[in-house]
Design a protein around this ligand. Structure first.
Ligand code: NIG
Ligand code: FE
Length: 411
């Protein structure tokens, strides 16, 4: 593959720094190269430097003129539910009439309604819709997403979703990191005990054997899976070699953050209702919080997770979209940056760190993506602005100019 030289960026926002997730004041250090450039060979970055220096070594390279715009690492969206059928427009409209997420779920909407549509959908139709979603992510400047199953809830339907993810990973430039979320809800045709037995005794072994997932997640919440059930599922998942994530304390403070700390999960996600004790427990266990302000916004709620406090406590926080049809129908990391700054009081720099390098580490890929440094994949986006803070500041307007994955134009 030919080499590529990116020239004349107002800022190359490299996120260069220590080879680990960033904490405390490190989250503000973006390591920016002004009037910067980048040299790329075989899909990997070979150097990042002022533009004039890059130009001197670019004689045989194809030139990408950033034209005074900013260049950032591709966003790493560490929490999505990317593969599902249909939408939840009725839930959305019911919420405008004041019904809550839990009320709507009891009344026949919610996760279960998406499960029914996803089960009825063929592999080909699911893949077709997932490709549309993948294109949205790329258009917003995201180059890697974690994607959860969880709208199948039978062995065959969960396998179907995970195989669609594998195919999506092969057929689109978006990189997919698969997570098994069989414990997303108890399907209506069975009871909790029987379903958990199925997850533990059949689904996990099959998924591990076929290497269809890297992580296992559980929706630990009132009416879904309680602490004891979540502990059992995650413990068995770990025995099968999966790494762990958990939906914790989203709607109620049920001790999910403490469970994450006890099991030393890689991440604990949501955390809207987590208190100071939960924050301290995650800190001592080295759990990375994944905060999802898009779901608070889209559900019309006001309790955002305590992101500022978590940064002050020294946690390596991540922000993500939680893209899903029910509680967070957005693929846009710039929208999440805006919410992180306005509602959780992160600085624009902290929000960018949380959506790139910290997110990459939470997906076990901190050595390959999440920053623009020699040796890493050339996954980057060019945005139509001069200052990185504009990404979080202007909202509701797409600012993406172009997106590259492994040195190739992808959006
Ligand atoms: O992260 N909390 C559970 N899962 C999703 C919602 C899924 C849905 O409503 O379809 C979430 O918010
Ligand atoms: Fe989620």
């Amino acid at each position: 593959m030919k080499s590529l030289a990116v020239l004349h960026a107002s800022q190359v926002v490299t996120l260069g720094g220590p080879k680990r997730p960033r904490v405390g004041t490190e989250m503000c250090e973006l390591t920016i190269v002004r009037d910067g450039g980048m040299l790329i060979r075989d899909g990997k970055i070979t150097s990042v430097a002022p533009s004039d220096q890059i130009e001197k070594n670019a004689s045989n390279a194809e030139i990408v003129d950033a034209g005074g715009r900013i260049v950032l690492p591709g966003f790493v969206d560490a929490h999505t539910h990317l593969v599902f059928a249909g939408n939840r427009l009725d839930d959305f409209e019911r919420r405008t009439r004041g019904e809550s997420y839990e009320q709507i779920a009891r009344a026949g909407g919610g996760i279960w309604s998406t499960v029914q549509k996803t089960r009825a959908s063929s592999d080909a139709d699911l893949l077709k819709q997932a490709k549309i979603h993948a294109d949205w992510f790329l258009k917003c400047g995201t180059t890697t997403v974690e994607a959860k199953s969880g709208y199948g809830l039978t062995l065959e339907d969960e396998l179907k979703i995970l195989r669609v993810m594998r195919q999506l990973n092969e057929e689109t430039p978006l990189e997919i990191v698969p997570t098994f979320l069989g414990a997303h809800a108890v399907p209506r045709e069975t009871d909790a005990a029987e379903y958990i037995k199925l997850v533990i005794e059949e689904m996990l072994s099959r998924i591990a054997r076929e290497k269809l997932a890297e992580f296992c997640d559980v929706f630990c919440e009132r009416g879904y899976f309680d602490i004891e059930q979540s502990r059992r599922i995650l413990t068995v998942a770990r025995q099968f070699g999966l790494k762990l994530r958990i939906h914790a304390d989203q709607l109620t403070n049920s001790g999910g953050a403490q469970l994450a700390a006890e099991l030393k999960t890689t991440t604990a996600d949501h955390l809207e209702k987590t208190n100071g004790q939960g924050i301290a427990a995650m800190k001592s266990a080295g759990v990375q919080p994944v905060l999802l302000p898009g779901s608070v916004h889209a559900l019309g709620l006001s309790d955002f997770p305590r992101g500022r406090e978590m940064v002050e406590a020294g946690l390596a926080i991540v922000i993500a979209t939680d893209f899903n049809p029910g509680s967070s129908p957005t693929p846009s990391m710039p929208m999440i940056l805006s919410l992180a700054c306005t509602q959780m009081k992160l600085s624009p720099a902290e929000a960018i760190t949380a959506g790139t390098i910290n997110a990459a580490y939470s997906l076990n890929r901190g050595n390959k993506i999440g920053s623009l440094e020699p040796g890493k994949f050339a996954n980057f986006s060019i945005f139509n602005c001069e200052d990185y803070r504009e990404l979080a500041y202007w909202f509701g307007i797409p600012q993406t100019h172009s997106v590259y994955v492994r040195g190739r134009r992808a959006g």
